[in-house]
Design a binder for this molecule. Sequence first.
Ligand code: NAP
Length: 368
Amino acid sequence: MAAAAGSPAVTMFTSTTDYCSCKAHRAFRFPVVHVGTAESNSFFRTRSITTARNFSSISPRSSSSVLTAAMTTDASAKVIDGKSVAKEIRDEIAAEISRMKDSIGVIPGLAVILVGDRKDSATYVRNKKKSCESVGINSYEVRLPEDSSEQEVLKHISGFNDDPFVHGILVQLPLPRHMNEQNILNAVCIEKDVDGFHPLNIGRLAMRDREPLFVPCTPKGCIELLHRYGVDIKGKRAVVIGRSNIVGMPAALLLQREDATVSVVHSRTKNPEKITREADIIISAVGQPNMVKGSWIKPGSVVIDVGINPVEDAKSPRGYRLVGDVCYEEASKIASAITPVPGGVGPMTIAMLLSNTLISAKRVNNFM
Ligand code: NAP
């Protein structure tokens, strides 16, 4: 079976991996983060796994201790362990794919188009491919040279749009400067837009009583973490720091759909510290290392740190390490729960890409 059969540029992959690399990641293996036992307070329901919206979650199965909100004995925050949650989700996806394959003989397929020879992009694509195959998704890749024309990319998108073996299409960003990113992303048919960036999907996300076919992976991963840790969202004050199309804006829309009262902080916001301190839930997607200090955080709030920022570190073999937007040392003493960086949101992004691809294959085959 080969997507876009006949095209010599298309490769089908076969290897596996157990770690994630999103657009913003390098190829990291995340340190294991330990969590403790269940706790119940005003934020954390004793039931740890929820799915408030079918579009934003795959079916939860169990409430393993790893996914249960945990309380440490000192004053430090619970660690929201994205790496473990992502692993559990990948296992669920693999089981679901196996069930679909056995029942109707369908295997989900994800196509990735990579233009140019950026090493970071090549790494992300390689890791996506490996993750796909670890759960049983067929992955297909088109690699085009930097000086390819926009028409060339559009031609491959069109081929994948028409290919019944492909259920998701992902164009690796950034594209070369001479290409119009909007034209290219808009060419992906909405039914295969597993990145969730198509304006129709974003528009539906923003509108009441409309359902997007796909939700962008990183914000979807943030909400999934809140669900799986049993964090109540309804009626809570939420602050999203950052308003990008890929993270901040859809994260704010998702929180609003979950009945949070949402404020968005951006680079022109006056007194962001004061606004953020009112939040029960903070999602930060800024790209500024350690910007969110302890003084920005209300005691007991839940902090989801999307930021992935390299900072110099002479002790690291690479000469740098990754930190989030949130000053973890300070915040973890004040918040009730917090995602680490790395090992928090990052692993969830690719898990959500796999989830979206499965959702697409199930939908088109009417497989429940
Ligand atoms: P982006 O497109 O650069 O957007 C950054 C947002 O932060 C903008 O809305 C900007 O405001 C706002 N901002 C910048 N400086 C600010 C400041 N001093 N105070 C308040 N707001 C400020 O970035 P992005 O793509 O959303 O990514 C954000 C971070 O998330 C990066 O570190 C990225 O590496 C990381 N990321 C992680 C994942 C993952 O899987 N974990 C996925 C994607 C991104 P304006 O709109 O006013 O410019």
